[in-house]
Design a protein around this ligand. Structure first.
Ligand SMILES: CC(=O)N[C@H]1[C@@H](OP(=O)(O)OP(=O)(O)OC[C@H]2O[C@@H](n3ccc(=O)[nH]c3=O)[C@H](O)[C@@H]2O)O[C@H](CO)[C@@H](O)[C@@H]1O
Ligand SMILES: C=C(OP(=O)(O)O)C(=O)O
Length: 434
């Protein structure tokens, strides 16, 4: 990931927390970071204006808005609102510096290729907790008829005849279906004149919501045992859409509350929006989710229990909740084991959690956590977006003051997480952000 001047400022900023108090109360969940980011790419296909509501106010959406502007779109950013009037002339480049800062760069690249017939984009950024491949994105581009070449960290793709042809592509990887490659393939197929087939697709909400967006714009999409069948159109409609609640932020908040012996009422996300794998591991640990008229409620949990679990593709346990779950399980009775199966490893939080007194180990993709442990205050450094929230949870448990650096990662994905924690009663402050 490249660093911007803002990233350098955030890197020096610290989050200060004095924990040891149960977090209790009611908060509103932001719109989903990952759904919003994939929709920002899909918007590039629309021939009519699009407005998204409930967009999270985070660094990643700001960076993508700038990328869209440089491509030529007329972009208007408001309070949790993002409106785009399509470009008459599409600049077929995902800005090389901005594109290195976000993960959806290859998906943006597919969108520009689909729309403009050619594109140059850099290798994506985002978290760097392990190698994150994009070969299935490039395979979808080739299958759609593009000539694809890689020069250093720059990828070029172009169609001879200026548009994608109907194609068949498989987006499976050794770690399961690729979410991002499924969306890239969808965006290419959406403008191909005929029916394409995407086999072994991811069915994460990011994919289904992007498919719904395209379907409402006139693209015919069906999912069956063979995969996603997509019949493209040469004119994609626009409209108004609302981004679903951020299930990862919601899960983080309820785990923070449970880890401190508190309970939380989450507005803007209902229990059915939490993946089954997450609901069942939380239930095994002793945390039940209840539906309320406008959200989700958790009861205080008196004793957390150790679990054996593994991350997996939707509707399994999301990899993006694994670090927070690791922190929570330091308070659960027994030895917990979590296998990371979406990535070869995702464990930058493990060594940092030890600074709080946690007893845990990590071997390749397996993490073991002993509990319950009385955590103490610590100074820790977060290296990625969910690791930072795992460390925040540890600091909320520890009664002594803690300092966590890595604010950039937090601001990349969460618009008001710290404010929400304060609303629940956390003693939390940050350095002045300039
Ligand atoms: C299926 C899944 O859970 N995907 C997660 C993944 O989406 P994201 O779209 O970022 O990543 P992918 O789903 O594409 O990657 C999943 C795995 O497949 C591998 N891979 C991917 C593409 C490719 O072309 N070749 C390849 O080998 C990756 O290296 C990774 O190990 O990270 C996001 C951020 O953490 C999460 O929100 C998503 O839930
Ligand atoms: C790893 C994540 O983000 P990104 O793919 O943007 O790096 C995440 O959302 O947990």
């Amino acid at each position: 990931m490249t660093t911007s001047p803002r990233a350098a400022r955030y890197a020096a900023a610290a989050i200060r927390i004095s924990g040891g108090r149960p977090l209790t109360g009611r908060i509103a969940v932001q719109g989903s970071k990952n759904i919003a980011l994939h929709l920002y790419a899909a918007i590039l296909l629309a021939d009519e204006p699009v407005t998204l509501h409930r967009t999270p106010n985070i660094i990643d959406t700001q960076v993508c808005a700038r990328i869209l502007r440089r491509i030529g779109a007329d972009v208007e950013e408001g309070d949790e609102r993002f409106a785009v009037t399509p470009a008459n002339v599409v600049e077929p480049v995902v800005d090389l510096e901005l594109g290195r800062r976000v993960r959806t760069t290859a998906v943006l690249g597919a969108a520009v290729l689909s729309r403009a017939g050619r594109v140059t984009f850099p290798l994506p950024g985002g978290d760097a907790f392990c190698p994150r491949y994009i070969d299935r994105h490039l395979a979808a581009m080739s299958a759609a008829g593009a000539e694809v070449s890689i020069e250093g960290d720059r990828i070029r793709a172009s169609f001879d005849n200026g548009c994608p042809r109907p194609f068949r592509t498989d987006v499976d990887t050794r770690y399961g279906p690729s979410l991002g490659a499924t969306v890239s393939a969808l965006l290419l197929a959406a403008r191909a004149p005929g029916t394409s087939l995407i086999t072994h697709p991811s069915i994460e909400p990011e994919v289904l919501d992007t498919a719904q967006f395209l379907a409402s714009g006139g693209v015919d999409i069906t999912l069956d045992h063979e995969g996603l069948h997509v019949t493209g159109t040469d004119r994609v409609g626009g409209g108004v859409f609302t981004v679903a609640g951020d299930r990862i932020e919601a899960a983080t908040m309820l785990m923070a509350a449970a880890a401190t012996g508190g309970n939380v009422h989450l507005e803007g996300i209902i229990p059915a929006e939490f993946p089954e794998g997450l609901v069942s591991v939380l239930a095994d640990a002793g945390i039940a989710l209840h539906a309320t008229p406008c959200g989700t409620y958790t009861m205080p949990c008196h004793e957390l229990t150790a679990v054996y679990t593994a991350t997996g593709p939707h509707p399994g346990l999301p990899t993006d909740t694994q670090p927070q779950l690791t922190a929570l399980l330091t308070q659960a009775r027994g030895v917990s084991r979590i296998e990371e199966r979406v990535y070869p490893r995702r464990d930058t939080h493990v060594a940092e959690l030890r600074r709080f007194g946690a007893i845990l180990s990590s071997t390749d993709h397996r993490i073991s956590v002993h509990g319950p442990i009385r955590l103490h205050g610590a100074e820790a450094q977060a290296e990625d977006i969910r690791a930072v929230t795992a460390l925040v949870i540890a600091a909320l448990i520890a009664p002594e003051p803690s300092t966590i650096r890595g604010m950039y990662h937090l601001r990349r994905g969460y618009g008001r997480l710290l404010a929400n924690l304060a609303t629940l009663g956390a003693d939390i402050s940050t350095d002045q952000e300039t």
